[in-house]
Design a protein around this ligand. Sequence first.
Ligand code: GAR
Length: 221
Amino acid sequence: MTAVLSTPLLGRAPCVPDRPLRVGVLVSGSGTNLQALLDAAARPRSVFSVVVVVSNVDGVRAIDRARAAGVPAVVEPHKGKERGAHEERVHAALVAAEVELVVLAGYMRVLTPALLDRWRRRVVNVHPALLPAFPGMHGAKQALDHGCRVAGCTVHLVDAGVDTGPILAQAAVPVLDHDDEAALQARIQREEHRLLPAVVMAYARGLVVDEGGRVRVLGVA
Ligand code: GAR
């Protein structure tokens, strides 16, 4: 039988790390997933810390959440800027904070290879659907419109596509007869708030691994 080698993506051997992983979070809106990360990072002996939050939209709730937690929040508006120039500023903010892992938590911009190639396999995204179904906007509404009986969320590594890239973890929720978009979205988000910090913790512990070309998370659904 051929042995499958497990190689942690960040080069950390599976272990309790000697210092917290430095996480940068990109946001565009209300920031409930950011809050879940901030809460997890604030727990004693957390294996990761949120060291910077970058928003492409000014005045959003996510910025207040970052500042309330004592985390620097940088606003880099994309409007009126050429895409490459905007991404360059985002990249600079992440580098300045010595970020090791980038988390897209409700970040509503598609990143290009110009940025992603410099953060290869170090960018994760949370999406409110069971990918590869229903990428893009309004994952919960798309599930309702298709009459799905099961919906959910996905945490995945980011590539240059829209909500594509290797899937790391998923959680399913039922779709109930009386659901509207808001009710289903709320049920999905409860799972996002559990799953996203769990994946980041696994990453920090060296448990997100490449097994012979297939990326997977050891110990998370
Ligand atoms: C989340 O539900 C996230 O899955 C979704 O945006 C919401 C942000 O909420 N992301 C996408 O749809 C990405 N395609 P939040 O700002 O309260 O975390």
